[in-house]
Design a protein around this ligand. Structure first.
Ligand code: ATP
Ligand code: MG
Length: 1003
């Protein structure tokens, strides 16, 4: 062969041999560059003329240039662990199986290129000169399959090749993103024993050793490839790689089927393997197959090889690169083929080739020398690290960071509210509150992650929508303090600017009151909608710009508590839920209810159809781990999927009323405290900047005492009677936020804009519906205007008496009040002193007496009453006299003294008491008195004079004892510690549950 001809042949060989690798390398590079530029990936056609392409050549210098270029391409196509020699420092440092660092973690992607396996041996031009080499890197992941044809003597080298490849792949691909299935019939698992730890981490499945099992697995894989082709590629993409380049993420891991021996498959099995090999690479499924054959000229001794078959004799064919024709055995579609030269003795071009070399379908006539295998301790190190990382990755919940928006409050809620809260096979999973999925139900057993999901939802929405787009009512009926983080606390001033109400350890009555208020808000919206002819929220928003008309989301954790036991409260709660569920859509009102048990709610079952008429409206369901029976209640009778869920945060999302066909398996994001803390800072800063007057949410803490000094109504008292607006403040819950921001009750009610009336309001506590912020009885100059505190609960009673008297003192100018305080029970003396001190500080004269002074105080008050009556009759009164207040703690303890008749005046203490209660108010003589039992008060007033005290607050008194006092109305509530019931016959139609103000402390 002449020098020139030889050179031409060589270049042609290199050119064609590296053709496939070049094309792929070009395409990958082009795509990577395009992605970095942010543009669409280049097409293969454009890439064909790319930089990696070898120039046409016909001389020795061209050969050198081509070799240099080929080396460069191999190196750039197989970077990092894909190409580094085993001695390279990379292998000492790792980390293996890590997400590529260059991309910065979030959204980082691994994109496979080529994998180095050996060196192409280039014979010298001059026969005496040394051989030169070019690295050989093969396409595998997202590329081809690999078929290695070997003879028995070279089998170990073939397995080494696979071992090296797997080591590179495991080290380079993020842990868990590539899975291995190994078939190893001869060595029964020993062939790749070093990779065994991957099994426990779920990266490799148990090694398959029998043909039957392999056939099963192939059938599954073939179905899997079919599924990916239909579901992921769906006719729009040729491969997962192309789909990923189009921005759809990489939903499926790569899967490598490694066949360490020829399974000699027939029919079905052979067809499955062929199908997997043909279509698998487009779906990230690749086959690596070692086939052991007998060399042509070997003697029949080779027949003891299990895999020994007589290879077909292919036509000698120089430079054709058809691997199917090139393969010495049955071809494997879509493969790069390596053939041990020992199998090519009959080929003229390979006759006499140096044993130990390989022919490959990529390198034409140029033989290939395989790289040495990786050192065993390196394999161990990679395997262990990848197994650990995969285990960590598998147990690591997806974080919420990736689901939060870059900028706050950019979304509009006109069409609905959407929030990503979980990761599914296709990436982020969004929950939507809109016309189709109006309300959502969350279920799951204790500790399954319900409250966590609610937090994801609330924070996610709060990050996306401004406070005028979405308003929350957040109710938590569990002892946990999950929602406390949305209200300002003693240590953290943060509050959620979107929250109207925050209920922590919510009271059942409070919960029902919130629902009632939301229903009232819905009614107001219906009026507004009629006025502008709107039929839904969108229409209202377009037609009436007086408010942003936010969507309202009522979140209730463990809502079943509100509906248990089956009583008046539960009945009212169910009624409200039903209306909100049915009509919420039109008004932009959404329910998000969570519970660990839906099956045992009597209130839903006692009325036929209630369960259906309420939950039929909940198209959106999220089921966390629970029992099969709960799954059937939560989703639908035929849907047991939630019963099979494994870990915390694993969930079924279903947008079809629980129909099994709607199941989506997801993992709920974990609200990482660091990320949440940062979000809270951003929310606080943004709210302070753009909404400085946004009202704080009304906060109800079930067990917390009401503190008079912290109460906004009390704090705003300034020597004038509290304005009437306080009592008439309709439930402020659900006022449209723009209005609510302006009309926040204490701010308006106490702004002074309302003309004060002259009667002080004796505050006793905070109503459980929080509207208004404090309630009591007004001591007007008309009959009945006294306040009785009733019941045996000392703490509650003392607190209410003190609050009533102190608040009266705070509403009158100095000199406008004269007060006498009697501690008829010895233990109340301290409370009387503290109260007196407080009232004196307000500028009023106050005397304190013990039980021995009770007679005298009442006699003096009765005398004063009569004297004022006389003065009024005579018309001699000058300016109105100061209000005279008699405060008695434990009146019933003084009963014996009151019964004694005074020898001079012929009157008893009871006579004086009755004079005061009957005639005092008109003369501005009022009583605030505590009786420890209802009957004792009735006896003191006289049986027919019960109505002389029109207002009372009872703590710890059974409802039956209060029936008559409440004008023959049933009284529920007020029997638990830290609760009381307030009734004022003149102003209230129903008794009202309140949290009584706590007793005052000295100073
Ligand atoms: N998606 C998640 N990823 C990781 N951990 C989670 C996830 N959800 C919940 N957890 C953890 O599981 C525990 C229980 O979660 P959570 O309180 O949300 O459950 P729950 O269903 O509300 O329980 P309970 O019925 O007791 O109220 C918490 O310690 C929480 O950190
Ligand atoms: Mg919970």
């Amino acid at each position: 062969m002449s020098g020139t001809r030889r050179a031409r042949t060589l270049v042609a060989g290199i050119q064609s041999s590296l053709g496939a690798a070049l094309a792929l390398a070009d395409r990958l590079e082009e795509q990577a560059a395009a992605l970095e530029r942010g543009g669409p990936p280049a097409t293969a056609a454009a890439a064909a003329g790319g930089p990696g392409r070898l120039a046409a050549s016909n001389g020795p210098r061209d050969v050198d240039a081509s070799l240099a270029q080929a080396r460069m391409i191999a190196r750039s196509g197989a970077r990092g662990f894909a190409g580094a020699s085993w001695a390279a420092p990379d292998w000492r440092h790792g980390p293996f199986g890590a997400v590529p660092a260059a991309a910065g973690g979030v959204g980082a992607r691994f994109r496979p290129g080529l994998w180095q396996v050996g060196q192409v041996v280039i014979p010298p031009d001059d026969p005496g000169a040394p051989y030169s080499t070019v690295p050989l890197a093969v396409p595998l992941l997202d590329g081809r399959n690999l078929r290695i044809e070997t003879v028995r003597a070279r089998r170990a080298a073939a397995v080494d090749l696979v071992r090296g490849l797997l080591t590179r792949i495991l080290a380079a691909v993020p842990a868990g993103r590539v899975r291995l299935v190994v078939y190893d019939p001869h060595e029964l698992g020993a062939g790749l024993a070093g990779f065994a730890p991957l099994r426990a981490a779920g990266v490799a499945s148990t090694t398959i050793t029998t043909r039957a099992r392999l056939e099963e697995r192939l059938a599954e894989l073939s179905a899997e490839v079919g599924r990916i082709t239909v579901e992921r590629l769906g006719g729009r993409f040729d491969s997962l790689r192309e789909r990923e380049d189009a921005g759809h993420g990489r939903p499926e891991p790569w899967l490598l089927l490694v066949l360490l021996g020829d399974p000699r498959l027939y029919e079905e099995g052979a067809r499955s393997l062929s199908a997997v090999a043909a279509q698998g690479p487009a779906c990230g499924v690749h086959v690596i197959s070692i086939v052991q054959l007998a060399p042509l000229q070997t003697d029949p001794a080779g027949a003891d090889d299990i895999d020994d078959v007589t290879p077909p004799v292919p036509d000698a064919d120089d430079l054709r690169l058809d691997e199917e024709a090139d393969s010495v055995a049955d071809p494997l579609p879509n493969s790069v083929v390596f053939t041990a030269v020992e199998l090519l003795a009959d080929r003229p071009d390979w006759r006499g080739a140096q044993p130990g070399l390989w022919r490959t379908s990529l390198t034409g006539l140029l033989p290939v020398q395989l790289d040495p295998p990786p050192p065993p301790d390196l394999v161990t190190a990679v395997t262990k690290q990848v197994a650990d990382a995969a285990t960590r990755e598998a147990s690591r919940p997806p974080g919420i960071a990736e689901l939060l928006p870059g900028a706050l409050w950019e979304s509009d809620s006109a069409a609905g509210v959407t929030v990503p809260v979980a990761q599914g096979p296709d990436g982020p999973v969004r929950l939507t509150f809109a016309d189709d999925t109006v309300h959502a139900l969350v279920g799951g057993q204790a500790g399954a992650g319900k409250s966590t999901l609610l937090l994801d939802i609330v924070y996610g929405i709060a990050a996306r929508y401004a406070p005028d787009q979405v308003r929350f009512h957040l109710l938590d009926f569990k002892e946990g303090l999950e929602f406390a983080q949305f209200a300002a606390g003693p240590t953290d001033p943060f509050f959620l600017p979107h929250a109207d109400t925050v209920g922590i350890e919510s009271d059942r009555e409070f919960g029902v009151a919130v629902l009632r208020a939301v229903r009232e808000q819905m009614r107001r919206r219906s009026v507004a909608m009629r006025a502008v002819g709107a039929r839904d929220l969108r229409g209202l928003r377009a037609g009436d710009r007086s408010s942003a008309w936010p969507r309202v989301i009522v979140v209730v954790d463990e809502f079943q508590v509100m509906l248990t036991p089956m009583d008046e409260i539960a009945r009212e709660g169910v009624a409200h839920l039903e209306v909100l569920a049915r009509q919420g859509r039109a008004y932009g009102v959404h329910l998000l209810l969570a519970s660990q048990t839906l099956s045992g709610i009597d209130a839903l079952d006692s009325t036929a159809g209630k369960r259906g008429s309420i939950f039929g409206q909940f198209a959106l369901r999220v089921a966390l781990r629970t029992s099969i029976s709960e799954s059937r209640v939560l989703l639908s009778t035929a849907n047991e999927a939630a019963g099979a869920l494994g870990g915390v945060g694993e969930a079924i999302v279903n947008r079809r009323n629980g129909h099994p066909a709607g199941n989506e398996l997801v993992r709920v994001a974990f609200p990482d405290p660091v990320v949440i803390s940062r979000l809270r800072d951003r929310l606080a800063t943004t709210a302070a900047r753009s909404l400085p007057s946004v009202p704080r949410p009304r906060v109800f803490v079930g067990h917390a005492p009401a503190i008079l000094d912290d109460n906004p109504v009390y704090r705003a008292l300034d020597g004038r009677p509290a304005p009437v607006a306080i009592e008439s403040a309709a439930a402020p819950i659900g006022d449209e936020p723009s209005a609510a921001i302006r009309a926040y009750v204490p701010a308006v009610a106490l702004s002074g804009a309302v003309q004060p009336v002259g009667d002080p309001l004796a505050l006793v506590g905070v109503p459980v519906d929080l509207a208004p912020a404090a309630v009591g009885a007004r001591l007007a100059a008309s009959p009945g205007r006294h306040l009785a505190v009733l019941g045996p609960l000392r703490r509650e009673a003392i607190g209410m008496v003190q609050a009533a008297a102190a608040s009266i003192a705070a509403q009158l100018p100095a000199g406008g009040l004269v007060a006498e305080i009697v501690a008829a029970g010895p233990t109340a003396l301290g409370a009387a002193e503290i109260l007196a001190e407080r009232m004196r500080r307000a500028g009023h004269p106050v005397r304190v007496a013990d039980v021995t002074g009770l007679r005298g105080v009442l006699a003096a008050a009765a005398d004063e009453t009569r004297a004022r009556e006389d003065a009024a009759l005579a018309g001699t009164g000058g300016p109105p006299p100061p209000l005279r207040l008699v405060v008695v703690f434990a009146m019933d303890a003084g009963r014996a003294a009151l019964e004694v008749r005074d020898p001079q005046s012929r009157r008893t203490g009871l006579d004086d008491l009755r004079t005061v209660t009957r005639r005092g108010p008109a003369m501005r003589v009022h009583l605030v008195g505590w009786w420890r039992g209802v009957s004792r008060m009735v006896e003191d007033l006289g049986p027919v004079n019960r109505d002389d005290i029109a207002a009372w607050a009872a703590a710890g008194v059974p409802g039956s004892d209060l029936f008559a006092m409440a004008g023959h109305r049933p009284v529920a509530g007020g029997t638990m510690p830290n609760r009381a019931v307030l009734f004022d016959r003149h102003t209230q139609s129903e008794p009202r549950t309140v949290v009584p103000f706590a007793p005052m402390v000295r100073g």
